[in-house]
Design a binder for this molecule. Structure first.
Ligand SMILES: Nc1nc2c(ncn2[C@@H]2O[C@H](COP(=O)(O)OP(=O)(O)O)[C@@H](O)[C@H]2O)c(=O)[nH]1
Ligand SMILES: [Mg+2]
Length: 264
């Protein structure tokens, strides 16, 4: 499927020569550095929301908008073929834009950077967003390895996905700062699903296991999620906005064009 990160159909995969000493992800790392600096300059809390297709990522953001109506929320939503999720987020009150990836099964930092150039998502001219959510393409594999300049990684895991997903997709869960166990309203109908077993499996792969349980479409259990969001926000506010560094400008000139105020 994905011919960008190398997990695609071998018949369609092009062979390219690479310097074995160079990180294949180094361009993405430079682009992510620019994004991270931009979020820091604007004092924005940027979160990368990942998870399987249908795990409830968009529903979680819709519920977040219902709960935090007064705060400035923005988002991009990655999707192979449609703008459905970004449309849903816009209807829910977020300032949002789609990133239609075509064949790519993940977002990379350049895609997020282009979306920010094309859409006034961060609201620089009218007071910054508080939170910028990056809803990644539904996939438990490739999105885990692409830095998008985010402050934290959140993985949505639905109770209907089974208890073994942390073991089957360890990289995704190892890189997660928070796992949101979604659709908990369905637990009474899933006698084989044990939340204790999910937690146990998370503890095997996640360095600091942290899981919140909620049912977004029922607005159930949102308090803990909202408290975690506030923790993230408080960290940004405590550090304060960052100034662009000479090192950043030098590295950015080889990667994504910086567009933040003062360095664009
Ligand atoms: N029962 C229940 N269904 C949910 C919940 N959250 C999401 N869903 C449903 O799960 C499906 C996929 O949700 P969506 O947010 O589109 O998932 P995404 O693909 O990860 O963005 C939709 O039909 C949602 O209505 C929940 O808390 N409870
Ligand atoms: Mg979605």
């Amino acid at each position: 499927m994905c011919d960008v990160c190398g997990c695609g159909d071998p018949a369609r995969t092009k062979l390219v020569q690479v310097d074995v000493g160079a990180s294949l992800l180094s361009k993405n790392d430079r682009d992510a550095l620019v994004l991270r600096q931009r979020f820091r300059e604007l004092g924005i809390t940027a979160l990368n929301l990942m998870g399987s297709p249908g795990s409830g990522k968009t529903a979680l953001l819709e519920a977040t908008a219902r709960a935090l109506g007064g705060q400035r929320l923005s988002a991009v939503s990655g999707d192979l073929a449609t703008t459905h999720d970004a449309d849903r987020l816009t209807r829910a009150g977020l300032t949002s834009a789609p990133i239609t990836t075509g064949t790519a099964c993940h977002l990379d930092a350049a895609m997020v950077g282009r979306a920010l150039q094309d859409h006034p998502l961060l609201g620089e001219s009218m007071g910054h967003s508080d939170y910028f959510f990056i809803e990644n393409v539904g996939n438990l594999v490739c999105p885990a390895i692409y830095d998008l300049g985010q402050q934290a990684n959140v993985v949505a895991l639905a109770v209907t996905e089974g208890v073994d997903k942390p073991l089957k997709y360890p990289v995704m869960f190892k890189n997660a700062d928070l796992v949101v166990l979604t659709k908990t309203d369905l637990l009474p109908y899933l006698p084989d699903i044990s939340v204790a077993a999910i937690l146990d499996n998370l503890a095997r792969v996640m360095p600091k296991p942290r899981m919140i349980q909620l049912a977004a479409t029922r607005d159930q259990g949102l308090q803990e999620w909202l408290a975690w969001l506030q923790e993230q926000r408080d960290q940004v506010l405590a550090v304060g906005p960052a100034k662009p560094t000479a090192e950043l400008l030098r590295r950015a000139s080889r990667g994504l064009r910086p567009v933040a105020k003062g360095i664009g």
